[in-house]
Design a protein around this ligand. Structure first.
Ligand SMILES: [Zn+2]
Length: 90
């Protein structure tokens, strides 16, 4: 499946960046820190805000904002305003 994603992305000129998913759902999507934990299977709770998030979405979001090791920014795009809510964007 990864090979197919790479092939299709290449066809459209999209750079694929592989990100290790380990621990991506244990970091708060709002604060970017480990200020919460999984409270139930599939749920992450930020203890500062007392808010609960779907853990899979938290993981996907954290993968989305993981900078590329090759310095091409997040999601294979050049960094720009609106891509990272932690720096005032979005
Ligand atoms: Zn938090």
């Amino acid at each position: 499946m990864l090979r197919r994603i790479y092939e299709v992305a290449e066809e459209y000129g999209i750079t694929v960046v592989y990100v290790n998913e380990a621990y991506t759902s244990s970091k708060c999507p709002i604060h970017g820190e480990v200020c919460g934990s999984r409270v139930k299977r599939g749920l992450f709770k930020c203890t500062r805000l007392n808010k609960v998030f779907n853990a899979d979405l938290v993981g996907a979001y954290n993968i989305l904002i993981t900078p590329s090791p090759r310095g091409i920014g997040v999601m294979g795009r050049r960094p720009g305003p609106g891509l990272n809510p932690r720096n005032g964007g979005m």
